[in-house]
Design a protein around this ligand. Structure first.
Ligand code: XMP
Length: 512
């Protein structure tokens, strides 16, 4: 039987990271609602259960709980942060409200290594983020580790294989966190591992087939790695019952439409439908300058185009799209909990509430680098896999102010030069994104003794792992100089180029 770990979700943004780390350890993992009843959980035969962290306090009335029978299933359990406190509460320990809380790096002293900390030394750097703490563990539990301010940094009932850690082993700031999870999965739960992206493909194909049945699917394809991977997955699952719709919305980079056509008709052929909707999008965007409004208009226009195409192919019940985990949390919280909307990523936020399609979003729990692994496994060409991310709303969020045909052309031309010069640089492979932005200001310049009053282009280049945080790339001055000279000399209507030196946070990667 397929090995799998259930992560019960208590609302932490880190729940996805936990599942990602478990997958990295070679074990398939799913995030499930925390109020799942024990018999239902049992019927899924999890090899282990992890209780995630969460923003609530177990001391508050109405805070998310757990079916106490879950602790009787005989399945190894690891509670993380809130999960540890909940374990303690249900099994009879004492939890105290912290006076100050503990946030950030901490050093834990291992009192009893047990199997959880086996082979990991006597002290570990960890990442803490909690207000409450367990002061007395439940009966049968041993304290495995403490810090100066936290008596129970880790606890275990080895005989029942129930464990809890107050810190977050899933975050990068707990350097040996993955080893702790590995100990839990292999030394405690006795799992055998070996799961890989191949397994993910099998799971997705199976569940897409189940979901789609005999219906038709359209797939919003942008030509970026995410939507290409989704289209390839659907192609594998339902073949020509999926139509990949590539919408030329006039907001693409120079020569992008031709490249996509070539790739998906020749190199990796699929059922592709290219729609020329350039005029429709530009018309819809006329006079719109507010960034959120732009995203909404674009999302709405995409959906209208999809409705038309669905009718044209004789009705499609499903819409598949390449929403990733970072898109989901920045547009709304993953499982409906409270988290701020940073931007309405069009994959998610721009959809109308009365959408006529049922959504298929097979990548919703993955991060970008995992999607790239998946793409390779599916045999997509490297030119697609290594493509820099490109936002759904396209150049519209890189043209500050109104989007006009003229502005699009200026930006496409400037951007092409940024792409060419960046791609020729030896540091390019490590760059997450590099692009040009057209600013809504004009500045004075002088060209051939003539005064000019023309557009300003900003160049943005960032390093990032998942788009959630980013730092600007320290590109060599010579490269900056080449990009600037080429843009100013070769692109009509531009007389000044600046380089964006802001990280995310506090800025975002795109300018809108
Ligand atoms: P921000 O600007 O939010 O971008 O820091 C993070 C990453 O997401 C991309 N992005 C989008 N992708 N639809 C997408 O599919 C969108 O609406 C969207 N907005 C931003 C952005 O290019 C960066 O890689």
């Amino acid at each position: 039987m397929r090995e799998f770990v259930a992560v019960l979700d208590y609302g932490s943004q880190y729940a996805q990271l936990i599942s990602r780390r478990i997958r990295e350890c070679g074990v398939y993992c799913e995030i499930l609602p925390h109020d799942l009843k024990a018999p239902e959980l049992d019927s899924m035969h999890p090899g282990a259960v992890v209780l995630s962290g969460g923003p609530a306090s177990v001391l508050d009335k109405g805070s998310p709980g757990i079916d106490p029978e879950v602790f009787e299933l005989g399945v190894p359990i690891l509670g993380i942060c809130y999960g540890l406190q909940l374990t303690s509460k249900v099994l009879g320990g004492v939890i105290e409200r912290g006076r100050s809380g503990e946030y950030g790096p901490a050093l834990i002293e291992i009192d009893v290594p047990g199997r959880l900390f086996d082979g990991l030394g006597e002290r570990l750097d960890v990442w803490m983020s909690h207000g409450d703490h367990v002061s007395v563990p439940p009966e049968g539990f041993t304290v495995l580790a403490h810090t100066d301010t936290c008596q129970v940094a880790a606890m275990a009932d080895e005989s029942r294989k129930i464990y809890g850690v107050q810190f977050h082993p899933e975050v990068a700031h707990t350097p040996l966190g993955k080893e702790i999870l590995r100990n839990f999965l292999y030394k405690i739960a006795g799992l055998s591992g070996g799961w890989s992206m191949k397994g993910f493909i099998e799971e997705s194909v199976r569940s897409i087939r189940e979901q789609v049945g005999d219906s038709k699917v359209i797939c919003g394809m942008s030509g970026g790695v995410d939507s290409s991977v989704v289209a390839a997955l659907l192609d594998k699952a339902v073949g020509p019952r999926m139509t990949a719709i590539f919408v030329d919305n006039g907001l693409l980079r120079a020569s992008e439409a031709q490249e996509i056509r070539r790739t998906f008709t020749e190199t990796y052929p699929l059922n592709l439908d290219i729609v020329d909707a350039r005029k429709r999008f530009l018309d819809a965007l006329r006079g719109v300058t507010d960034p959120e409004e732009k995203r909404k208009v674009i999302g709405k226009t995409f959906i209208e185009v999809f409705y038309n195409e669905a009718d044209r192919i004789g009705g499609a019940e499903f819409l598949a799209q390449g929403t990733l985990y970072p898109d989901v949390i920045e547009s709304r919280s993953a499982k409906g909990g409270p988290s701020a909307t940073i931007k309405s990523h069009h994959n998610v936020g721009g959809l109308p509430p009365d959408l006529k399609f049922k959504l298929i979003e097979p990548l919703k729990e993955l991060f970008k680098d995992e999607v790239r692994l998946l793409g390779r496994e599916l045999g997509l060409p490297e030119t697609i896999i290594e493509r820099q991310p490109f936002p759904g709303p396209g150049l519209a969020v890189r043209i500050l102010g109104e989007v006009t045909a003229e502005n699009v052309e200026i930006l496409q031309e400037a951007d092409k030069r940024v792409q060419e010069e960046m791609a020729a640089w030896e540091g390019y492979r490590g760059v997450w994104q590099s692009f040009a932005v057209l600013l809504p200001v004009k500045s004075v310049g002088v060209m051939g003794d003539e005064r000019t009053y023309a557009n300003v282009i900003a160049i943005r280049a960032v390093h990032s792992v998942d788009g959630m945080t980013a730092d600007w790339v320290k590109v060599p001055y010579e490269l900056l100089a080449r990009m600037s000279t080429r843009i100013i000399n070769e692109v009509r209507g531009v007389n000044r180029v600046v380089y964006d030196i802001s990280s995310k946070p506090p800025s975002t990667i795109e300018w809108e």
